[in-house]
Ligand binder design. Structure first.
Ligand code: SF4
Length: 354
């Protein structure tokens, strides 16, 4: 069967197929990805009204691609207090946020109890706020810090009110690339196993992929296939989020920057290869909002959200530091020919803006 026949019949795609998709005519690839997104979501473009909180940038790890952690290129260490975070959330709740997205560096001075207390306080003060917190990389770090198992950390997260897990820390699963760009972080199998354990408790999460650095196309497809296999097993992933590598202020020294065509091809291929993950997010904080809007025609159906404030990608050069106004995101989606749909963190529809 040819690749086109496989696409027409909706057959499951292999590593070789995924690679061959990069050589397909750009618009033919986009047409198939868009057909798949249309079957799943019509012309809806999802977003949520959320607030990103990054409690500290002091990190014991030294990922080469990272511009967020405090180091000699970014000599600006900080640690937020519970009170500061609660005040921030109080203001954000007045703006209508439904989600607090809490992701942090690996700071040995902010242990599991610090997070457990924070989540408990957030849930007490804002009971209806969805708490999306602690990546698999952070869970692994906290388990090592306290000599606990992943299960024990997960149990404490759940008991303190964490509703879902973000998809960060996946980077690229290929072990050689991973060893070069983020040696010391949770292993690929570990990342997958932590999400497996989370899903087995009936909880949901997302999955990211950092691309556009030293990885090759086959590493991206391999990454997708490992996620697809876990999703077959658990069904717990809501969204796949390809993150475009940002090149400022880090130690990776990547000379070649990805073309927009390569980014869009990768989005489209994700939509086709990941046939069992319902949503594909074009995270505008890393792709730019304009490219994210074009990605809606190449398989993506979600733009993340208003964010309000973002520290991780903007430290590396992304123009996302101040987030985006609700009206702006609505206008941009409408003007691109899609229907804006505000969603909650688990993709339940809150408001369809006709
Ligand atoms: S990516 Fe995360 S774990 Fe790695 S150095 Fe940066 S903050 Fe630390």
């Amino acid at each position: 069967m040819t690749l086109i026949e496989k696409l027409e019949k909706g057959e499951r795609l292999s590593l070789e197929d995924g690679l061959a998709l990069y050589d397909l005519d750009f618009f033919t690839l986009g047409k198939f990805a868009n057909a798949k997104r249309t079957v799943l979501h019509g012309r809806k473009a999802f977003f949520n009204v959320n607030r990103h909180i990054n409690p500290t940038n002091i990190c014991k790890d030294v990922c080469k691609f990272c511009a967020f952690s405090a180091n000699r290129k970014n000599p600006n260490p900080y640690m937020l207090s519970h009170e500061e975070i609660l005040i921030t959330l109080e203001n954000s709740c007045k703006n209508g946020i439904t989600e607090a997205h809490i992701v942090s560096a690996h700071n040995p001075e902010m242990g599991l109890e610090w997070y457990v207390e924070l989540f408990t306080k957030i849930k007490k003060q804002f009971p209806s706020l969805h708490v999306k917190a602690l990546t698999a990389a952070e869970i692994h770090f906290l388990s090592q810090l306290h000599n606990l198992t992943w299960d024990e950390v997960i149990e404490k997260m759940m008991a303190s009110g964490v509703d879902s897990m973000p998809g960060g820390g996946a980077e690229i699963f290929d072990e050689d690339v991973r060893a070069f760009i983020c040696k010391g972080k949770v292993s690929s199998d570990g990342w997958l196993d932590i999400h497996r354990k989370w899903h087995q408790r009936g909880k949901q999460s997302n999955a990211t992929m950092l691309f556009g650095h030293i990885e090759k196309r086959e590493h991206r497809i391999d990454h997708m296939l490992r996620l697809r296999a876990l999703q077959d097993e658990t069904g717990g992933f809501n969204a796949f989020i390809p993150l475009v590598y940002q090149r400022d202020n880090n130690y990776l020294h990547v000379e070649n920057f990805l073309s927009s065509i390569e980014v869009l091809k990768t989005m489209a291929i994700s939509r086709l290869v990941l046939d069992n993950i319902p949503h594909l997010k074009a995270y505008w904080a890393t792709s730019t909002i304009n490219l994210a809007l074009v990605a809606l025609e190449f398989g993506a159906d979600d733009l993340d959200g208003t964010i309000e404030k973002e520290s991780i990608q903007s430290a590396a050069g992304a123009k996302s530091g101040k987030g985006m106004e609700l009206k702006t995101i609505l206008d941009l989606i409408r003007n691109s020919g899609f229907t804006p749909v505000e969603r909650d963190s688990l993709y339940n529809e809150i408001n369809v803006y006709m």
